[in-house]
Design a protein around this ligand. Structure first.
Ligand SMILES: NC(=O)c1ccc[n+]([C@@H]2O[C@H](COP(=O)([O-])OP(=O)(O)OC[C@H]3O[C@@H](n4cnc5c(N)ncnc54)[C@H](OP(=O)(O)O)[C@@H]3O)[C@@H](O)[C@H]2O)c1
Length: 319
């Protein structure tokens, strides 16, 4: 495992990390979380991603309970949460990045985790109604209070991110350091084109999500939706159209051939391909069982096999 600087910060994140969306609480209980986080840590992972909205706070509780059981030294790992959607229906408490919500959200999150600070916190989506300046000040104040160490954005436009950085610079506040965007073989435009200037001009860090496009890039959906997979879960019907898109499945099958030639699984190829991009600080992997964690971590062995020729073959498939 290599450790990449998170943008222009002094903190280093393992190039592969582990997240808990969909899985923790719904598919993974505390004991399984312990097993999966241990396997990830054995492979060198130092960053575990979470969000207030995941399983309505239960994902933070499961991860917090797992961390307690694991008993790792606090300094040896990084843990995150993300705020925007909120836990309550009340006005000012959902779909917002207002100051009151953010100041209370961090406290709720720390309580569920059972921790006294988080390492990375993200504004989970942009809020077009709250002035960016208010959000930047709130995130700065949370960091000054010691409840979090670094802050960033998730799925913000490059323009919004630049606005936040410039406000922070103007007022000498803690700047956002990293974005959490979707990035995978089938979702490239924003990361590779829109964000190019963030990387060039600001050295912005990234913790990228859905490396396997929710499992599509493993090949498990090649013949329909298997029982027990994410695509079969109640509440995730909206994913099914993409998971069974014939045009994408055709590409997955071609990618599987490339992976097979390299002695790798399709999932490992897809994850290794992301690591070739130096603008990625860490790829947040997801898994519903420990075997998947172990398989995905071995993507590290595939990176050196991605020669220019192999990358070109992949590019032709993805075109
Ligand atoms: N900031 C945001 O807005 C945002 C949004 C989404 C995710 N995230 C973060 O990014 C993390 C990763 O996203 P993701 O879970 O969508 O990642 P993903 O890698 O695209 O999908 C992970 C899912 O694919 C299946 N899978 C993984 N490895 C497999 C393997 N080797 N073989 C077969 N199936 C495999 C598992 O689902 P099944 O076994 O159930 O099929 C697993 O839960 C999340 O946990 C979260 O922390 C952030």
């Amino acid at each position: 495992m290599e450790y990449r600087y998170l943008g222009r910060s002094g903190i280093r994140v393992s190039e592969l990390s582990l997240g808990s969306w969909v899985t923790f609480h719904k598919q993974v209980d505390v004991d399984h979380a312990v097993e999966m986080m241990s396997a990830a840590r054995d492979a060198g992972v130092n960053f575990f991603d979470n969000a207030e909205v995941y399983a309505k706070g239960k994902s933070e509780e499961v991860m917090g309970a797992a961390l307690k059981k694991l008993g790792w030294r606090r300094g040896s790992y990084l843990v995150s949460s993300k705020f925007y959607w909120g836990m309550h229906e009340g006005i000012n408490e959902k779909d917002t990045l207002n100051r009151k919500y953010l100041m209370e959200a961090i406290d709720g999150s720390l309580q569920r985790f059972g921790l006294d600070h988080l390492d990375l916190i993200f504004c989970h989506r942009p809020d077009p109604h709250t002035p960016i300046e208010e959000t930047v000040w709130a995130m700065h104040n949370i960091i000054e209070s010691g409840k979090a160490i670094y802050w960033g954005t998730s799925e913000w436009s490059a323009q919004e991110i630049v606005a936040a950085i410039e406000i922070a610079e103007r007022h000498h506040l803690h700047k956002p350091m990293m974005e959490q965007p979707q990035y995978n073989m089938f979702h490239r435009q924003v990361f590779e084109v829109e964000y190019a200037r963030l990387f060039r001009d600001y050295g912005y860090g990234t913790t990228t999500w859905s490396p396997l496009a929710s499992g599509l890039l493993t090949g498990k959906y090649n013949d329909g939706i298997p029982d027990g997979s994410r695509g079969s879960l109640k509440g995730y019907e909206w994913l099914r159209e993409q998971l069974t898109d014939p045009k994408l499945i055709k590409k997955v099958k071609q990618l599987s051939t490339v992976a097979g030639d390299l002695g790798a699984s399709t999932a490992q190829l897809a994850i290794a391909w992301l690591l070739k991009n130096t603008n990625v600080s860490t790829v947040i992997t997801g898994a519903s069982r420990v075997e998947q964690v172990k398989e995905n971590m071995k993507a590290l062995d595939v990176v050196p096999k991605l020669t220019d020729d192999v990358m070109e073959t992949i590019e032709k498939i993805l075109e």
